[in-house]
Design a binder for this molecule. Structure first.
Ligand code: NAD
Length: 293
C-alpha cells in the first residue's frame, strides 16, 4: 500500500516510522526541514511538497496542528482535494473542530474522495509505542479500509459514528481530562495544606471513590510518582497550550450546540490563566501550581 504522510511533527513522525517498520513505503512531507531529515534517516521518502507526496498514494494521512492547517492543506487552491487522486483514502488524525472536520469531509466527498477523521489519544509515548487509541468518524466501509494501517500505529481503533464523530469524542475526552486534572490537583492541595503526606493521600483516594486516571497514572504533585512530568519539573508530556486548544474546541462546540458545559468553560479559563503566566509549554499537570504562590 502506498502511503503519503503529511505533518511529521511530535506525533506524525513516530506514527509514520511505525508504518515504515511494518513494511510500508511512506512518502512524507512537512514544512520543517529538520522533521523531513529525521523521517529520511528512518527510511521514509521525503518529498518537496504535499502535492508531490500524494501523487500516486492509496492512502493519505495528515497529522497537523489545528483546524486552520487542515482547512488550508485540504481546501486551499492547490490543496489535496485539487491535487490528489480521488481513489486515495483520506485520513485526518489531527485534533480539530468537529464542525471543520465535517465540512472538510463533505467537500472531499463532493469531489469523490472517501475521508475519515481519526484523532488519537495516548500522546507521543503512545505514538512511539504504536499503542495509540484512534477515535474514528466516517462510513463503516472507509473505516474498515483504514483499519489495517491504523492497527500498525495504535492498539484500540474505535468507530464513533459519522464524519466528525471521532473529533467529538476526542473533544469530550480531553474536556473530561482537563477537568479531572484540575479537580485532582485541588484535592491534593487541600490535603497538603492540612499537613497530609500527598503520597498517603493519593494512595487512599486511589482506593476510594475519588479514584481516577490522573490520580493513578499521572499524579500532578511532585514526588508522589516516578516517571511522570511532575517528577521532572513538568517537562515533556502534554502541554498546557495543547490542553487549552482542546478546551477551546470543547467550549466552541458546546456554544454551537447550546450545550451546557460550565466546568469545561471554567477549566478553559483556568488553563488560560496558567498559560498566560508563562507556563504554556509545561505539561498540563503543572496546573497543580496554579495560584500556588
Ligand atoms: P506538531 O506541531 O509537533 O506537528 C505538526 C506538524 O505539522 C509540524 O511539524 C508542522 O510543520 C506540520 N505542518 C503544518 N502545516 C503543514 C502542511 N501544510 N504540510 C505539511 N506539514 C505541515 O504537533 P503534534 O504534537 O504532532 O500534534 C499534531 C496533532 O495531534 C495536533 O492536532 C494535536 O492536538 C494532536 N495530538 C497531540 C498530542 C501530543 O501529545 N502532542 C496527543 C494527541 C493528539
Amino acid at each position: 500500500m502506498k502511503v503519503a504522510f503529511l505533518g511529521l511533527g511530535n506525533m506524525g513522525l513516530p506514527m509514520a516510522l511505525n508504518l515504515i517498520k511494518a513494511g510500508h513505503q511512506i512518502k512524507g512531507f512537512d514544512l520543517v526541514q529538520a522533521q523531513l531529515d529525521a523521517f529520511k534517516l528512518a527510511g521514509g521518502v521525503p518529498m518537496n511538497s504535499a502535492s508531490e507526496a500524494v501523487l500516486d498514494a492509496d492512502v493519505i494521512i495528515t497529522m497537523l496542528p489545528a483546524s486552520r492547517h487542515v482547512e488550508a492543506l485540504y481546501l486551499g487552491d492547490s490543496g489535496l482535494l485539487a491535487t490528489a487522486s480521488p481513489k486515495s483514502l483520506l485520513i485526518d488524525c489531527s485534533t480539530i473542530s468537529p464542525k471543520v472536520s465535517q465540512a472538510v469531509a463533505a467537500a472531499a466527498k463532493s469531489k469523490g474522495f472517501a475521508m475519515i477523521d481519526a484523532p488519537v489519544s495516548g500522546g507521543t509515548a503512545g505514538a512511539q509505542a504504536a499503542s495509540l487509541t484512534f477515535m474514528v468518524g466516517g462510513d463503516v466501509a472507509d473505516v474498515d479500509r483504514a483499519r489495517p494501517l491504523l492497527e500498525k500505529m495504535g492498539k484500540n481503533i474505535f468507530h464513533a459514528g459519522a464524519s466528525g464523530s471521532g473529533q467529538t469524542v476526542k473533544v469530550c475526552n480531553n474536556m473530561l481530562l482537563g477537568i479531572q486534572m484540575l479537580g485532582t490537583s485541588e484535592a491534593l492541595r487541600l490535603g497538603v495544606a492540612n499537613g497530609i503526606d500527598p503520597k498517603v493521600l493519593s494512595d487512599i483516594m486511589s482506593k476510594s471513590s475519588g479514584r481516577n486516571w490522573v490520580l493513578e497514572l499521572y499524579n500532578p504533585c511532585p514526588g508522589v510518582m516516578e516517571n511522570v512530568p511532575s517528577s521532572r519539573a513538568y517537562a515533556g508530556g502534554f502541554g498546557v497550550d495543547l490542553m487549552l486548544k482542546d478546551l477551546g474546541l470543547a467550549t466552541e462546540n458546546a456554544s454551537d450546540l447550546d450545550a451546557n458545559v460550565p466546568l469545561g468553560e471554567l477549566s478553559r479559563k483556568l488553563y488560560e490563566e496558567h498559560s498566560k503566566a508563562g507556563n504554556g509549554q509545561l505539561d498540563f499537570s503543572s496546573i497543580f501550581n496554579l495560584r500556588a504562590d
